[in-house]
Design a protein around this ligand. Structure first.
Ligand code: FAD
Length: 501
């Protein structure tokens, strides 16, 4: 092996994946991962809270919980799951199950089920949020293309499908993925398929209809072993998947595999990267433990707003990084002893921006992923805040007690559940979801060039600040960077080659 040193900044799912793919490809004789907190995993945090009376434990996910298995992105994570020996820990949810089919939008005081059949789409009840959507959609192919370079999700959808869809359905969807404001976020970066549909086919509806007749793109790369491919094919037809003991199963397994099977990898927790500077043969990394590391290459997976402060004062990279803000989300997990107390069955509901509510979305955990509970119970998670954080919690700040009370109020109002939860957990995640505002892609192009010119391509970026906030996106971004580096650790790589190709 060469005498090179790869340094990975951040031990969330992106950083762990980057270290893991790098270790598996043998691209560097030494790999050091720096994580500022005492634990790896980043926002992936699963815990089992035990009820003092019944001793039954409730699984609480503070961050991500479910993954999509489909498409090339899904396949990369599934391959990793297989190679880590986690097949038996996976719970895959069938597309025909209520959890997969029943997704709701809270609209004018009622939970409106999103249609899953043509009949439901064509004939929604009076007052249903989907009413009139099909008729409006029929006009969409006749709307002219925009000539803009980028546009907000709201403006794009309002222009093509009308303001009702943009205000109520799309704003709710954006709450579910980004906890963000659809009027601020870029359609080009957040929903590239919508943007491409208009650019290439002149219409989203036309593009969807045409894609039904096109051959599906080849999804699976030759990198996967036959056994792994078998596993991927089995799971990819499901709606979503999760792990019996939560998503932390995945990040723990990556970390354990690195510690057990890769003696050339050092995972340093409680260690902050505090400064990066270009050196003759790579990058000098200063750390909070007083030690400087001479790296041949650095992959940064820490949030872009943190990375900006590690760079030299006159860096042209920092102003670009500073333009990706992030929202704060409060997560309240509630467990009730009694099973089946929800008034509807399904995955959960999202709340549009137009509706006054303490929550932006609620997941029916015990239904969404059946099989995680030791004894039957009801578990839900309330997502609160996001771009509405100040509006909901006020200027005077946040308290766990107030947050719990507000979550319980929402559950009572929306689901009619007034019972006292047998177990609960409140988490405040500051700046946890990056916001790809209008112009994000153009800024990534500038970032690519700035990284090449200031660091000679010896500093790469991966993770949720750049090319997708989902766990699959993070894993894929880590894999792509390491695959490029595997060609040669001396070649310039930024992790953003995709946006300039
Ligand atoms: C509440 C919530 C629910 C979500 N639900 C889903 C879901 O269901 N499905 C899905 O696909 N995605 C979901 N996501 C998104 C997904 O979880 C995240 O985008 C992803 O986990 C981000 O991983 P990351 O490694 O890029 O970043 P992070 O998890 O932020 O990891 C970065 C790490 O860097 C460390 N760090 C920071 N600064 C330094 C420094 N100077 N030196 C060293 N280390 C540093 C941090 O401590 C952290 O551990 C959710 C996100 C949240 C917040």
């Amino acid at each position: 092996m060469n005498n090179k040193h790869l340094v990975v900044l951040g031990g969330g799912v992106s950083g762990l994946s980057a270290a893991w793919f790098a270790a598996k490809s043998g691209l560097s004789s030494h790999i050091t991962l720096l994580e500022s907190s005492p634990h790896v995993g980043g926002w992936v945090q699963s815990q089992r809270n035990t009820d003092t009376h019944s001793h039954a434990s409730a699984l609480f996910e503070a961050g991500p919980r479910t993954l999509r298995p489909n498409g090339p992105q899904g396949a990369v994570t599934l391959d990793m799951v297989y190679r880590l020996g986690l097949e038996k820990d996976v719970i895959a949810v069938e597309k025909t199950s209520a959890a997969a089919k029943n997704r709701f939008i809270s609209f004018n005081g009622a939970l409106n089920k999103m249609p899953t059949s043509l009949a439901e789409a064509l004939f929604p009840k009076k007052g249903h949020v989907f009413r009139g959507v099909i008729a409006r959609g029929a006009l969409e192919p006749f709307i002219a293309k925009s000539t803009l370079d980028d546009e907000s999700i709201h403006d794009f959808v309002a222009r093509r499908f009308g303001t009702h869809v943009a205000d109520n359905m799309i704003s709710a969807l954006v709450h579910g993925i980004y906890a963000g404001d659809s009027r601020q976020l870029s359609v080009k970066s957040c929903f590239p398929f919508l943007w491409q549909a208009e650019k290439n086919d002149g219409s989203v509806v036309k593009s969807l209809l045409m894609s039904a007749f096109k051959n599906a793109p080849k999804e699976f790369s030759k990198d996967f072993s036959p056994k792994s491919l078998e596993f991927i094919k089995k799971i990819k037809s499901k709606s979503i998947y999760a792990f019996k003991d939560g998503l932390q199963t995945l990040t723990d397994a990556i970390s354990d595999d690195l510690k057990t099977n890769h003696p050339n990898v050092s995972l340093l927790t409680n260690t902050n990267a505090i400064k990066l500077s270009k050196s003759q043969n790579g990058v000098e990394v200063s750390t909070s433990c007083g030690k400087a590391i001479s790296a041949s290459h650095v992959i940064s997976t820490i949030p872009s707003f943190t990375l900006q402060h590690l760079l030299p004062e006159a860096s042209t990279i920092s102003p670009i990084l500073s333009k990706t803000p992030a929202v704060t989300v409060a997560v309240v997990n509630l467990a009730y002893k009694k099973p089946n107390i929800l008034p509807v069955t399904g995955f959960g509901y999202l709340v549009p921006r137009t509706q006054k509510s303490n929550v932006i979305g609620v997941i029916f955990d015990s239904e969404a992923v059946p099989g995680q509970d030791e004894v039957p119970m009801t578990r839900v998670t309330c997502m609160m805040g996001g771009h509405r954080f100040k509006e909901v919690f006020g200027e005077d700040g946040f308290s766990s007690e107030k947050c719990l009370e507000m979550a319980r109020d929402a559950i009572k109002k929306d689901l009619g559940i007034d019972a006292v939860p047998s177990n609960h957990c409140v988490h405040l995640h500051r700046d946890c979801i990056p916001q790809y505002t209008v112009g994000h892609e153009a800024r990534l192009k500038n970032l690519h060039h700035a990284l090449l010119s200031e660091f000679g391509g010896r500093l790469s970026v991966a993770g949720s600040s750049y090319l997708g906030v989902g766990v699959n996106d993070c894993v894929v971004s880590a894999k792509n960077v390491t695959a490029k580096l595997a060609e040669s650790l001396d070649s310039p790589v930024t992790g953003l080659e995709k946006v300039v190709s």
